[in-house]
Write a protein that binds this ligand. Structure first.
Ligand SMILES: O=C(O)CCC(=O)C(=O)O
Length: 343
């Protein structure tokens, strides 16, 4: 079958008034937006205290957020406002380039490191998601930056700066999360081999019938931690005790969530939690998750310090590349990939 001439939702949206059939979810799998909880959100943690007298208090807050939510927001995180502003504006500019310019980066191969694409994995999925995304690998930066778009002209500089800042934050958080589990501070850091980092710039155009589809359906992240930057348009929702909670944007904060690898490394003390993105009929939305990962050859398994007679290892050891391939081949769905690695 020939590839569609306009595969991106961004380029489809101006020519339609109702949702094309391939985006319509069955009745039993729709967002039910009226049932989403707006009364409370995930914890907001001030990282200012992480390197001072409030250190233990912040570590305790992180431990509780990881245990009960698998998600938290952070403020006073050290990433300068200008870096955040430039990242959001260059992302917006990229998605507003003429189609011919954007399509230079297009690929539907999920194993291609740098690619503009749509939905999740168009090669395997039955229903598409109302999302386009640009995926970039970004650590070590010098190995990948030459593959990134050169238009808009400051793209590489602005995004490169953002990636370095996001990595520093990820490393601080990994130290804090290790400590919150009672492990050596650098435990997670050492478990990741040479480390990997990539990001997605998600672009969700306005959708004519948002109640029938998702930007991204419920899923858990396959990596270690995700640091998400979102613009001022709501869309992220997190599952807590069977209910979806809306995580409305707070300017200049980041959302942090634990991925499947922390669930394994922590032997299920901490959970990788389902989340989803919904769309709306009037405003485009941008979200930028930075996925911090083990390197492909890193061997992941429960931390020996967390195992004893009462807490046997719940997972077998495996290489991250094995995990990651299974994640992409299986498609985005709410059944966790973790079951395939259980003891
Ligand atoms: O758009 C969002 O808020 C969530 C994005 C997300 O979960 C993802 O890209 O995996």
């Amino acid at each position: 079958m020939a590839a569609p001439t306009k595969p991106l939702v961004s380029d489809l949206v101006s020519s339609i008034s109702s949702l094309p059939a391939n985006y319509v979810r069955p009745d039993c799998d729709r967002p039910n937006l009226s049932e989403v909880t707006l009364d409370y959100s995930i914890p907001l943690i001030d990282l200012q205290g992480l390197h001072g007298p409030d250190h233990s208090k912040v570590i305790k807050e992180i431990a509780e957020a990881c245990k009960y939510y698998g998600f938290f927001q952070v403020k006073n995180h050290g990433v300068p406002k200008e870096v955040i502003d430039k990242m959001l504006s260059i992302s917006r500019e990229f998605f507003h380039l003429p189609v011919s310019e954007r399509m230079k980066n297009y690929s539907d191969d999920p194993m291609k490191m740098t690619r503009l694409s749509t939905s999740f994995n168009v090669k395997t999925e039955k229903v598409s998601n109302w999302r386009d995304y640009l995926r970039l690998h970004c650590f070590p930066l010098e190995d990948y930056i030459h593959e990134w778009p050169t238009n808009p002209p400051s793209f590489r500089e602005d995004v490169g700066k953002y990636c370095k800042n996001a990595r520093e934050l990820a490393l601080r958080l990994l130290d804090a999360i290790s400590e919150s589990l009672g492990l050596e501070r650098d435990y997670m850091n050492s478990a990741l081999g040479k480390h990997g980092q990539h990001l997605a710039i998600n672009f969700y155009p306005p959708c004519p019938q948002p109640e029938l589809t998702y930007g991204l359906p419920g899923h858990a992240d396959p990596n270690v931690i995700t640091i998400l930057l979102q613009d001022d348009v709501p869309g992220l929702q997190v599952l807590k005790e069977g209910k979806w909670i809306a995580v409305n944007p707070i300017p200049y904060t980041f959302i942090v969530n634990l991925g499947d690898q922390i669930q394994v490394l922590s032997n299920d003390c901490y959970k990788s939690v389902l989340h989803r993105a919904v769309v709306n009929c009037s405003k485009e939305r941008i979200s930028i998750p930075t996925f911090y990962c083990p390197s492909p050859d890193a061997v992941i398994g429960p931390a020996p310090q967390l195992i004893d007679d009462d807490h046997p290892p719940l997972y077998r050891n495996y290489s991250y590349s094995e995990y990651y391939q299974k994640f992409w081949n299986r498609g985005l769905n709410s059944e966790t990939c973790l079951d395939m690695f259980k003891n």
